[in-house]
Design a protein around this ligand. Structure first.
Ligand SMILES: [Zn+2]
Length: 74
């Protein structure tokens, strides 16, 4: 079963192809999945894990310029 993600949900597009993902419901888990199967881009979890998807698909150049200066790499 495939579910469209509502436009008011903050959700990054697929980092590979730029398409908006959709949600697939399986018996044991939920998956946020790129509709382009060749991307093999999906996040499976017991919940619809937008945080994980957004972390994985966030483009580095979208990090706000107001973040602190680079921290020392220890
Ligand atoms: Zn994709």
């Amino acid at each position: 079963m495939t579910i469209q993600i509502q436009p008011n949900i903050q959700c990054e597009n697929c980092i590979k192809c730029g398409r908006r993902p959709h949600i697939e419901q399986n018996k044991k888990y939920w998956a946020i999945t790129c509709p382009n199967s060749s991307c093999k881009n999906s996040v499976k979890a017991l919940i619809v894990d937008f945080d994980a998807w957004n972390r994985l698909n966030k483009k580095t150049n979208e990090i706000p310029a107001t973040t602190e200066p680079l921290k020392r790499i220890a």
